[in-house]
Structures are given as structure tokens and as C-alpha cells.
Design a protein around this ligand. Sequence first.
Ligand SMILES: [Zn+2]
Length: 204
Amino acid sequence: MLKAVFFLFFFFSFLSNFSHSKEYIVTKIIDGDTIQLENGEIVRYIGVDAPELRTKEGLSEFYAKQAAQCNKRLVFLKKVRLEYDVERVDPNGRTLAYVYVKNLFVNAELIRLGCARAIVKPPNLKYKDLFLSLQEKAMKEERGLWQEKKPDTESYYIGNKRTYVFHRPNCRYAEKISEKNRIVFRSRFDAIKIGYSPCRQCRP
Ligand SMILES: [Zn+2]
């Protein structure tokens, strides 16, 4: 039995390595960080977050359209290769991947152009340092979405070192963060700079 399990394990890890070199045509741009492949598979780029075309309130975030255009220009109707990290799918069933068009690393390029923010989402951290350094440069040069100046509306923000999400001080999720995982930021900018994502509830 154990032997069979080991065999299956090696067999599938062989298959997954093999699929690295496989190429797919991108048939649809869903938004600045999500695409659909010719086989119907939805792929969410790892480590990046583009402004949303349509938020829960039905609004479009700053630079959302341009970000989707940016993504389109890089991958639409092109052949892409996928590389994976620790998690292969997200809770919505989308494939999580690093995407390449020939030698162009699309996730990194979107950050470099200011078409997406770099986000840290454990455990998928393979290119965290690269993404954060590209983002720092894009922020400095005020490229793309970094042209927006969003003022701080709180005097401080609370982050969770385990999940890399940050909150307004009065958010009920912020109250639940253990002392050990708690980090305080003086501004949104400080949190975003090191890859923290705004909480979807309190929307700091
Ligand atoms: Zn919150």
C-alpha cells in the first residue's frame, strides 16, 4: 500500500514538472491579474493584485481599466507557460501561477509597470523579494496606479504578520489578531510598501 502511495506521489510530481514546459493560449482577460486559458482554466497570478474593475459597491478602482489593458497587451492570444508555488488553486478554484510569455515574467512586469501592487500571501512566497523591490521602484517613479494619492483617514493601521492583511484600528478582525502577529503601521503606504493587502471588510 505504502509503495503504491509513493509511486503515485512520484508519478504526479513527475507530471507536474512536465507540465512546466506546456504552453497554453490566453483566450480571455478577466481583469488585471486574472486570465482564462484555451482549456477553460482560470488563472490568478500569484503575488500581484490589480485594481478591481468592479468592487462590491459597483465602482471601478483607480487605474483598473488601464491595468486590465496592460495585462491584455502582455498576454492576450499569446502562448503562456505556468509555474506554480506551494498552493496550486485558490479557494475559488482558480489556478494560482507565475505566468511567462517566452522569457517575459508577466507577474513581475505588471508590478514593474505599476499595473498591479505586489502582495505577500503565504505560503506562496517564491518571488516575494523580487516583487517588492520592483514595486518600490514603481512607487518611487509614480508609475501607473501609484499616481493616485490616497490620503490616510486613520492615525494608524494594524497588520497581521501571519496573513499580511492590514486593517483600520476599529475593525473587528484587527481586534482578533494575537499580540505576536500584530504590527502597527503609521500609514497605508508603509503597509502596502512591504506587501500587505487592505482588509476586504474595513477597506482601509
Ligand atoms: Zn479589517
